[in-house]
Write a protein that binds this ligand. Sequence first.
Ligand SMILES: C[S@@+](CC[C@H](N)C(=O)[O-])C[C@H]1O[C@@H](n2cnc3c(N)ncnc32)[C@H](O)[C@@H]1O
Length: 260
Amino acid sequence: MGNSIQSDKLNHRTRARVRDLGEVFTPEAYVEDMLQIIEKENKNSWKDEDISFFEPSCGHGNIVAAIYKKRINAIYKKALSHSIKEAPLYAVANALNTLWAIDIDEQNIRQCRSRVMAITIDFLKEKMRINLDKTLIIKNKDFMAHVLCTIKWHIHENETLSALSNKSCAQNAALKTKSGSKWFTKNGHQQIDFQLSWSSFFAECEDKNLVPINFERALKLLSNISAGSSKGLENFEFAKELIIKDTEDLPKLSRTALAV
Ligand SMILES: C[S@@+](CC[C@H](N)C(=O)[O-])C[C@H]1O[C@@H](n2cnc3c(N)ncnc32)[C@H](O)[C@@H]1O
């Protein structure tokens, strides 16, 4: 069975959420039509790693998931045709580091991250012919730690209008919507720097002989998972899906303890 998250788990919509967040998600068929417009403009859109994608109010990720699938598959094919070693890892790393998504709602961000995580695991297992999540983790611990950190870095809670504004106009920008204003008052200004992908941030840290705390946490979590423990999962909650699914693989983990 794959990791893809069932659609019923994604249905938490209520009237209040539609009113307060404008939460009406784009159906998959419409997403596909929209992405075809991008493709018509530039047929290399999906495989070109110089292009980055940004979803400014991603919801639970209908558009993000579709873009990400197209990106990993197109970059993977390109990598194979250029005889790039470890093409599946190359495709995931490049697709993730050029994909950004934000939303003001914590629950939506968590679901969006989980979906991207699930797509990543399914893709890597299929292309690398690996049956179990645990085997994938053990064989590629460093890489999977980067996957966890990249998803957390690139898909995050933020308010669109202020995130795209500099300090002097951020507040005015956020005040333009009621929901944005409420979020901004609570969380403040968090400008996005699209140049600072997870991989650039990590390289900057390496230059200073530093290891990002989240990377250390991710490595520890993956070691724990390999040893049958879920300790450290609170730092990467969106990875829960992956762990719950593999309980036969991880006999020491308790389903109840991991339930959302
Ligand atoms: C209409 S839904 C669209 C979700 C997604 N883009 C899709 O097409 O399926 C709108 C989303 O915008 C988010 N949102 C509302 N105001 C926002 C703001 N000021 N900044 C960021 N996200 C916001 C809501 O939480 C909600 O998930």
